[in-house]
Design a protein around this ligand. Structure first.
Ligand SMILES: *[C@@H]1O[C@H](CO)[C@@H](O)[C@H](O)[C@H]1NC(C)=O
Ligand SMILES: *[C@@H]1O[C@H](CO)[C@@H](O)[C@H](O)[C@H]1NC(C)=O
Ligand SMILES: *[C@@H]1O[C@H](CO)[C@@H](O)[C@H](O)[C@H]1NC(C)=O
Ligand SMILES: *[C@@H]1O[C@H](CO)[C@@H](O)[C@H](O)[C@H]1NC(C)=O
Length: 447
């Protein structure tokens, strides 16, 4: 057996690894450095033992009286195939390894004689079976965590509203979430809403100033050309016994993708992962984080402002629930990493004191802006509104099923702040942050 199946218990897994013919370069798995291509189980490792495990005592309302009355969940789609562009690059790299690499290493032999390029361009970003399970299992866990709000009965009663991006992987994720709550194949309605779930495509200023503007990501480009990445490329070339100029930055990325996708989709520690040691993986992780930082995160103000429409949507629903009676107890919204990252940024999460740049890799090793932790497949942000009686309303945010505190509100004794305090904390956004205004192109750009 050369592949290691990681759904097995840990003790069993490690014995398999030691028996495996492909001796790992290092005992440490690099799976926690896969950025937005990472498994949810790398972020919540207890799920490797029991994918339906829930710890209800993580929620600690200030009094026994508190009841949850509304929940908004913004969820990234589950595990997906690579995009057509990545598949093309993976094919190109595979060809290099097949035809140009030489060496006796068992992992290299395995790639050259046993591994087949099974990715085809038509898979283009679609949900895989593991992705279906990601959302099904998440639905089951959330129903265990919030039984009074999320259940088959509530679903059948039409009390769970679904809004999704139009992308196939998101619609399929929506159906998968529902399938986690019911075995019947009744079709429950969902609304497709790209204005809300793919706001980044519709924010003109973001598209022009960032998404279609190469100079918005110069730090990322410089890092890709820089000494850390060069070293990773050379090490890959050395391991393959090929000339340095064959391993470009794109090829290093394709190699990392091959390792990451085989792991996410098939749960196998594939021979491709032998091309990286842990130091290399950390550099690859930083490279991808740099891109997200400048394209979706704190790099440019418009990145987060493009999510104003989603921010207001969530808070207007919370306001409505706060006024009671609650007519829409649960809203489940399915989108992308590109949907969640700008919103988390707008709310101030993962805000390091220094920007990520091409030259500060070494000083950013402890950064909080780390997409491997923030944004695996099925990443989710939950807002749970509690009624604690006598007009005492509380709002608990959870990120990937863990309670978090709103940045800047964390001087509170209790991690479950008053809803009014949250509104007050974000008052500048509640009274501004207008999508139309923010996304309008400036007629006379400042020079
Ligand atoms: C559940 O969460 C509580 C509170 O965070 C923690 O003290 C406890 O150890 C957890 N239990 C398990 C089984 O993880
Ligand atoms: C790589 O292999 C291909 C196919 O055998 C060959 O045409 C090409 O010249 C090789 N490139 C290098 C740099 O060795
Ligand atoms: C969702 O994706 C899975 C896995 O690719 C596929 O088998 C299934 O047919 C899809 N479901 C729908 C409703 O598209
Ligand atoms: C992020 O941090 C910087 C400085 O540390 C601060 O000026 C900025 O307001 C913060 N952004 C958000 C959205 O909280």
């Amino acid at each position: 057996v050369s592949s290691v199946y990681l759904f097995l218990p840990c003790w069993y897994m490690s014995s398999l690894i030691s028996l495996s013919s492909t001796k790992p370069r290092s005992k440490k798995s690099i799976a926690k450095y896969f950025n937005t291509k990472g498994r949810y189980e790398e972020v919540n490792t207890y799920l490797r033992e029991d994918i339906l495990a829930v710890n209800t005592s993580i929620l600690q309302p200030p009094s026994a009286q508190c009841r949850e009355i509304h929940l908004t969940a913004i969820i990234r789609h589950g595990t997906r195939y690579p995009t057509a562009k990545s598949i093309t690059e993976m094919q190109e790299f595979y060809n290099i390894v097949r035809h140009n690499a030489s060496g006796e290493q068992s992992w290299l032999q395995e790639i050259q004689t046993q591994w087949t390029m099974w990715y085809t361009e038509d898979m283009d970003g679609r949900l895989v079976q593991k992705g279906v399970n990601d959302l099904k299992h998440l639905a089951v866990r959330l129903s265990k965590l919030f039984p009074s709000l999320i259940s088959e009965k509530k679903l059948r009663g039409g009390l769970i509203k679904f809004i999704t991006s139009s992308k196939h992987r998101c619609v399929n994720s929506t159906l998968s979430f529902k399938a986690g709550l019911t075995f019947t194949d009744t079709l429950f309605e969902h609304a497709v809403n790209d204005a809300l779930m793919r706001f980044f495509d519709q924010c003109t200023r973001f598209v022009q100033e960032v998404d279609n503007n190469p100079s918005a990501v110069t730090e990322w480009d410089k890092f890709k050309e820089g000494p850390e990445m060069k070293r990773v490329e050379e090490k890959i070339a050395d391991r393959l016994g090929v000339e340095y100029n064959l391993i470009t930055q794109d090829m290093a990325e394709a190699a990392f993708y091959l390792c990451a996708y085989e792991f996410a989709i098939k749960a196998v520690n594939s021979p491709w992962c032998q091309l990286f040691d842990e130091d290399d993986a950390k550099i690859m992780e930083y490279e991808a984080d740099l891109r997200e930082f400048w394209k979706r995160g704190y790099g440019h103000d418009i990145n987060s402002k493009s999510s104003c429409i989603l921010f207001h949507d969530a808070f207007s629903r919370l306001d409505k629930a706060a006024r009671q009676p609650v007519t829409e107890p649960v809203t489940v919204q399915i989108g992308h990493a590109d949907t969640l990252l700008p919103l988390l940024t707008l709310l101030g999460f993962f805000n390091d004191s220094d920007a990520l740049t091409s030259t500060n890799y070494a000083t950013q090793t402890q950064r909080s802006f780390r997409t491997s932790h923030m944004m695996p497949y099925a990443a989710n942000l939950l807002f749970v509104l509690y009624d604690c009686g006598g007009g005492d309303l509380r709002l608990q945010p959870l990120l990937n099923e863990k309670p978090v505190t709103f940045p800047g509100l964390d001087d509170q004794q209790n991690s479950m702040p008053l809803y009014q305090d949250v509104r007050n904390h974000y008052r500048h956004l509640l009274s501004g942050c207008d999508f139309e205004t923010e996304c309008r192109l400036l007629k006379h750009p400042a020079v």
